[in-house]
Write a protein that binds this ligand. Structure first.
Ligand code: GAP
Length: 441
């Protein structure tokens, strides 16, 4: 990573902490590597990302429903899904300092070798061995008799084990999808790059069930691949910072027949943001085998019975948020501005009285604030001067600032300032809701 790029990440991490987007996990106890807490603005941004995903993938469609499954599941689920045997990363240990690394992360390995070489030491590595990423939990009230299970390593099995329940309690016909958003946990060997690789993170996933037909399944695969890429672009990520990358055969996860990643051009290289996987019949046939339950689909029209194939789109909420932040970060004319898409911005507008010591201005501004707050996320600020308030809102990505000045008391209009252009216009108070509804839609 070059110095400037390194610098950019440092600036983003610092902004995130200072303005309440992301804090290091358990910080007052010295932290816990690979864990992060989302502050007031980070929670809003994350919520907005999830809401936009849910809207595109579930609400706006007729063929997708949602579920919210348990994080902790019967350990047999993880045997069936192949995770106890195959959910592994290659681990190597430095024979000098005994630090452990992922053997396939060449940049991290090289960096470590460089550190030792500065002390005239030449690193020798242990043979790579398979390290299982599942995080174990012990359940039960009797010491010594506790059952071992796992925090889910991916949110996927919660959907597939409910395949029959969902079919029996809905009117879905193939092809159809089941969406879920939730936490997953991985014992990552080398968490890092801020929230990019954490041990606890959120996923937003779609499992789309299709007929077991090569041509039909590939049609759906291509469709979802494009649709997911467009979602990032439509929410403002620069096209030049996004690309597809196909997984090589030896890179494929144990469940995947084909996989393409949507990658983002981060300051630390092109990195995976979301995976689109052709899972074939892996999930349902394995759960059928291990549970003994019939997991097939019966087509009442054609009288065919079959195990559907699955096209999966699996994105990380934390990664998406990090990439939206990196992409939105701009420094211009002495200001730092987060040019977040208005749909994602934690606050849609901020309301200021021009002077905090003029009760009439404050009263009018409070009224506007209370009124707009019913429909939008709105910030209030009456500290310092207007210039500072603008800069403060720019830095957290608030698209509009509304100032109540002395003229407002005469003409019932306010000054609305646009974050990106810094242009200002007068808008009638009565028109504000319509104005923002138009701008934010
Ligand atoms: N169900 C498929 C699945 O879990 P994956 O490629 O392992 O596929 C999907 O993960 C997405 O989850 C990734 O593209 C990434 O956005 C996110 N993700 C995976 N591991 C992560 C980690 N350690 N920290 C943050 N996000 C992670």
């Amino acid at each position: 990573m070059s110095k400037t790029e390194n610098n950019l990440m440092e600036k983003i991490v610092s902004l995130c902490k200072r303005r309440g987007f992301v804090y290091p996990g358990s910080e007052i106890y010295g932290g816990l590597r690979g864990t992060w807490d989302y502050g007031p603005l980070g929670s809003e941004l994350k919520f907005n990302i999830k809401q936009e995903w849910w809207k595109t993938v579930v609400k706006d469609r007729e063929d997708v429903v949602g579920v919210s499954a348990s994080i902790i599941m019967n350990p047999k689920v993880w045997e069936a899904s192949g995770h106890t045997a195959s959910f592994t990363d290659p681990l190597v240990e430095c024979k000098i300092c005994h630090q452990r690394f992922r053997a396939d992360q060449e940049d991290v390995i090289k960096e470590h070798e460089k550190e030792h070489s500065k002390r005239k030491e030449k690193v020798a590595w242990t043979e790579a061995k398979k390290f299982n990423l599942l995080v174990e939990v012990k359940l039960g009230v009797v010491e010594g008799e506790k059952n071992t299970t796992y925090l889910r390593g991916e949110i996927t099995p919660g959907v597939h084990v409910n395949f029959k329940n969902i079919l029996n309690s809905s009117h879905l016909k193939i092809p159809f999808g089941v969406a879920q958003i939730g936490k997953a946990f991985r014992n990552e060997i080398t968490p890092g790059n801020f929230t990019y690789r954490s041990i606890e993170f959120e996923q937003m996933e779609l499992q789309y069930y299709v007929r077991p037909d090569k041509k039909e399944s590939m049609k759906q695969y291509d469709y979802w691949k494009e649709l997911r890429m467009d979602w990032y672009k439509n929410l403002g990520i620069k096209k030049s910072n996004l690309r597809f990358r196909e997984h090589a055969k030896d890179e494929l996860a144990h469940y995947a027949q084909a996989a393409w990643d949507i990658e983002y051009n981060t300051p630390f290289g092109w990195k995976e943001c979301e995976g689109i996987h052709h899972r074939g019949d892996w999930d349902l046939s394995r759960h059928q085998k291990y549970s003994g339950e019939d997991m097939s689909y019966f087509d009442a029209e054609t009288k065919e019975k079959f195990i559907p194939w699955v096209i999966e789109t699996s994105g990380g909420v934390d990664r998406a948020m990090l990439f939206f932040l990196i992409d939105a970060y701009h420094e211009e004319d002495e200001r730092v501005v987060l040019k977040l898409h208005p749909k994602l911005a934690p606050y849609k507008a901020a309301v200021f009285p021009l002077l905090a010591n003029k009760p009439k201005l404050v009263e009018k501004a409070r009224k506007i604030y209370q009124e707009l707050k019913k429909d939008f996320e709105i910030a209030w600020d009456d500290r310092g001067n207007i210039g500072k308030r603008y800069f403060s809102q720019d830095e957290i990505g608030t698209p509009f600032c509304i100032t109540v000045d002395f003229e407002t008391l005469e003409d019932n209009a306010v000054t609305v300032r646009n974050r990106d252009t810094t242009k200002q216009e007068r808008v009638k108070i009565d028109d504000l809701i319509r104005y923002f509804s138009d701008k934010l839609s």
